[in-house]
Design a protein around this ligand. Structure first.
Ligand code: ADP
Ligand code: MG
Length: 627
C-alpha cells in the first residue's frame, strides 16, 4: 500500500505545527471535540431533513478515553463519519492554508491563534501525538476506513473494521521530553479541566470514564475505587445562557473556539430578540483587528446560522450588509425551517427580517461605542472605518443615512478625529460649507497651501487621508443641510476682504499676465487666475468641476486605469512678492517670464504630491535661475 504525501503547503504547515510555535498545546482537544460536534451536527441535520432517518438524541455523544499503558488517548464520536475519499480530501490537504505568506506572520507573533486563522484544527493533534489513527465509517456506507499518519512524511488509508457510524481519533501521546510534559494529556482530571475550559457549551454530551472513591460499606474509613462514566460538559450553548451568567471571558472563549478571529474581540453583543415578527438569539463580535485577507476578494463575510440549535450554515452572507462585513458571530432562530436549501434561504422572508434587525443592532452598538467609549471607537474606526466609507459610497449612497453618523475625519482645529455632527456644531455663524482637504497624510495636508485661506478665516477643515474619502463624501453631498467643499475647489464661499479688491485697470493688467502664462502652459491647465486662498505661498493648483486631483490619482491607480483628468487651475497669489517679479519679467524679459511660469507651475505640481512631467527640464530650469 502506497504512502500518500500531504500537499506541499500542508506539509510545511504541519512541520510548523509539530515543531510547535504554539504555546497552548492543550487546544488540540478543543479542535478534535469541535470537529466531533460538527460531525454530529451534520448527522442530526440529515435526520431532521430526511424522513428515512431518525435521530435519537441519546445515541449521540462524544467519548474521551485514555489508556495509560499504551499512551493512547481516543476521541470518539457518533457523527456522520467519512468515506475513504473524504478522508483523503479532508485530512490530506490543509484546506485554507492559502499562500505561505502566513508563515512569516506566524514566526513574528507567537500568540497568534494559527489554528483559528487557517482552519487547520485537525492537524493540531500532532502537537502532542507521535501517531494519529482515524477510524471512521460514514453514514450510508457499509465499509469503514483507517487513516494513519506519524506526521509530515504522509499518511495511509486502508480498509478497517468498525461497527457503528462515526469516527474514532486515536492519538499516541508523545513521550515526555526534557522541556515538555505530555503525560498530562493522559490524566483524566487534567483532560476534564481542558474540556470544561474550552468545550463546556458543546451541545452533545462529552463523556469520560472517571475514577471515583466510594466508602466501602461496613468498613469505616476504607474506600473503593470505582469507574463511572460521567458527562463532563454542561451542554448549554452559550447563546442560550443568560447574559447575567456570562463574563467577558466566556464570550472571548467562544470567539476563539469558533475561530471567528485570531484576535481578542473589541466588543461583543448578545442579542435576544423576542418580537412579534422575529425571534432569534445572536452573539456578535466586532473584531479588534482585520483578518489577514479582509480587504481581498478571498474574504468571505457572513454569520453562522443555526435553526433551533442545529447549525445549518457556516457563513450566511445574507445576514450582513457588506459595510458590516467585519462582524463575526452566530444567529440561532426557532422560526427558520430546517428543510430549507441554501438557494431558498436567500429568499426566506424570516431571514430577511432577522438580517434587517441585526443591521440596526450593529449600527446602534457602534453608535453606543462612539458615545460611551470614544477611544475604543477611534481604534475601531482606524481598523474598519474604510469599510464604512465604502458603504457610504456603494450603491450610489443608498446606505448613507445608516452610516454618516459613524464617520470620523481628522479635524484641523482639534487635531483629532471628529464626527460630522461635531464639525457642524462647531461651524462659525457665517460659515457656508463643511471644508475638507485631501492628501496622503495629516502631516502632508497641513503643509498644503490651499488650506491657508480657509484656515486663516478660522474655519475648521476635515483632512481626508484615504482614497475612498472624497468619493464617499461626493455621495453624501451634504450633512445636516451643509454642503461639503474642497479647499482647492473654485468657489470657497468666503467673502473677500474689502482692501483686497482691485480696480478694473489692475484686474485687466493681471488678466493679461495670466493669459500669457496660460498660453505658455498650454493644455496643462485650463486656466490661470488670481488666488483668494493663498497667504504665504506664491502658487497652487486647484480644480474646477467635480473631480479633484486626489480623486484623479485614485482613479489612475485602479486596476482598470481610468483616464479621468481633473480640470486644473493654476492660482497665483497676487499679493506675493514673486508676483512682482513675474510682472516685471513679463514686460522686460520674455525668456525669464517663460522660465518663471514653468517653474511656478512645476512647484504647484510638486506641492500637490504629483510628479513633474519632465524632471530633467525642471532641474535645468532651476540651474538657469541660480546662474
Ligand atoms: P475545519 O474543522 O475547520 O474544517 P479541521 O482541520 O478541523 O478543519 O477538519 C478538517 C475536516 O475534516 C473537517 O471539515 C471535516 O470535514 C473532517 N473531519 C475532521 N474530524 C472529523 C470527525 N470527527 N468526523 C467527521 N469529519 C471530520
Ligand atoms: Mg475543525
Amino acid at each position: 500500500m502506497a504512502k500518500r504525501q500531504f500537499k506541499a503547503e500542508s506539509k510545511r504547515l504541519l512541520d510548523l505545527m509539530i515543531h510547535s510555535i504554539y504555546t497552548h498545546k492543550e487546544i488540540f482537544l478543543r479542535e478534535l471535540i469541535s470537529n466531533a460536534s460538527d460531525a454530529i451536527d451534520k448527522i442530526y441535520y440529515q435526520a431532521l431533513t430526511d424522513e428515512n432517518l431518525s435521530f435519537n438524541k441519546d445515541d449521540y455523544f462524544i467519548k474521551i478515553s485514555v489508556d495509560k499503558a499504551t499512551r493512547t488517548l481516543t476521541v470518539s464520536d457518533t457523527g456522520i463519519g467519512m468515506t475513504d475519499e473524504e478522508l483523503a480530501d479532508n485530512l490530506g490537504v490543509i484546506a485554507q492554508s492559502g499562500s505561505l505568506k502566513f508563515k512569516s506572520d506566524i514566526e513574528k507573533a507567537e500568540d497568534y491563534d494559527i489554528i483559528g486563522q487557517f482552519g487547520v484544527g485537525f492537524y493540531s493533534a500532532f502537537m502532542v501525538a507521535s501517531k494519529v489513527t482515524v477510524t471512521t465509517k460514514a453514514l450510508g456506507s457499509d465499509k469503514a476506513f483507517k487513516w494513519v499518519s506519524t506526521g509530515a512524511e504522509g499518511y495511509t488509508i486502508t480498509e478497517a473494521e468498525k461497527d457503528t457510524i462515526g469516527t474514532d481519533i486515536e492519538i499516541i501521546v508523545k513521550e515526555n521530553s526534557e522541556d515538555e510534559n505530555y503525560d498530562e494529556f493522559l490524566d483524566t482530571y487534567r483532560l476534564q479541566m481542558i474540556v470544561k475550559k474550552y468545550s463546556d457549551f458543546i451541545r452533545y454530551p462529552i463523556k469520560m470514564d472517571m475514577t471515583k472513591s466510594v466508602p466501602i460499606e461496613g468498613k469505616d474509613g476504607e474506600y473503593d475505587e470505582i469507574i463511572e462514566e460521567k458527562t463532563v460538559n454542561s451542554m448549554v450553548p452559550i447563546w442560550r445562557k443568560n447574559k447575567s451568567e456570562l463574563k467577558d471571558e466566556d464570550y472571548e472563549a467562544f470567539y476563539t473556539e469558533k475561530h471567528y478571529g485570531f484576535d481578542k474581540p473589541a466588543r461583543h453583543m448578545h442579542i435576544k430578540a423576542e418580537g412579534a415578527t422575529t425571534r432569534y438569539t445572536a452573539i456578535l463580535y466586532i473584531p479588534s483587528s482585520t483578518p489577514f485577507d479582509y480587504y481581498t476578494k478571498d474574504f468571505e463575510k457572513g454569520l453562522e446560522l443555526y435553526a433551533n440549535g442545529v447549525m445549518i450554515m457556516k457563513k450566511c452572507a445574507d445576514l450582513l450588509p457588506d459595510y458590516f462585513a467585519f462582524v463575526q458571530g452566530m444567529v440561532d432562530s426557532e422560526d427558520l425551517s430546517l428543510n430549507i436549501s441554501r438557494e431558498m434561504l436567500q429568499h426566506d422572508r424570516q431571514l430577511k427580517v432577522i438580517a434587517k434587525n441585526i443591521k440596526s443592532k450593529i449600527k446602534s452598538e457602534l453608535e453606543k461605542m462612539l458615545a460611551d467609549d470614544r477611544e475604543a471607537y477611534e481604534g475601531f474606526f482606524k481598523t474598519f472605518g474604510r469599510q464604512l466609507k465604502y458603504g457610504v459610497y456603494d450603491g450610489y449612497g443608498m446606505n448613507k443615512d445608516d452610516l454618516q453618523n459613524l464617520l470620523l475625519f481628522h479635524s484641523s482645529t482639534e487635531d483629532k478625529p471628529a464626527t460630522l455632527a461635531e464639525y457642524v456644531s462647531r461651524m462659525k455663524e457665517d460659515q457656508k460649507y463643511i471644508y475638507y482637504a485631501s492628501g496622503e497624510s495629516v502631516e502632508k495636508i497641513k503643509l498644503l497651501p490651499q488650506t491657508e485661506r480657509v484656515a486663516d478665516t478660522g474655519y475648521e477643515i476635515l483632512y481626508f487621508t484615504e482614497d475612498v474619502d472624497e468619493f464617499a463624501i461626493s455621495m453624501l453631498n451634504e450633512f445636516e443641510g451643509k454642503q461639503f467643499r474642497n479647499v482647492s475647489s473654485g468657489d470657497l464661499g468666503i467673502d473677500e476682504p474689502e482692501e483686497k479688491e482691485k480696480n478694473q485697470e489692475e484686474q485687466e493688467a493681471d488678466q493679461k499676465i495670466f493669459d500669457a502664462m496660460q498660453k505658455l502652459l498650454g493644455d496643462k491647465v485650463s486656466k490661470v487666475k488670481a488666488s483668494n486662498r493663498l497667504k504665504n505661498t506664491a502658487v497652487c493648483l486647484s480644480t474646477e468641476g467635480g473631480l479633484s486631483i486626489e480623486m484623479e490619482k485614485v482613479l489612475a491607480s485602479m486596476p482598470t486605469g481610468q483616464e479621468a483628468k481633473a480640470e486644473r487651475v493654476l492660482e497665483i497669489n497676487t499679493g506675493h512678492e514673486v508676483y512682482e517679479a513675474i510682472k516685471k519679467a513679463q514686460t522686460s524679459d520674455e525668456e525669464k517670464f517663460a522660465l518663471y511660469t514653468q517653474l511656478l507651475y512645476n512647484q504647484a505640481v510638486l506641492m500637490e504630491g504629483l510628479s513633474v512631467d519632465n524632471p530633467v527640464e525642471f532641474s535645468q530650469d532651476i540651474c538657469k535661475l541660480i546662474k
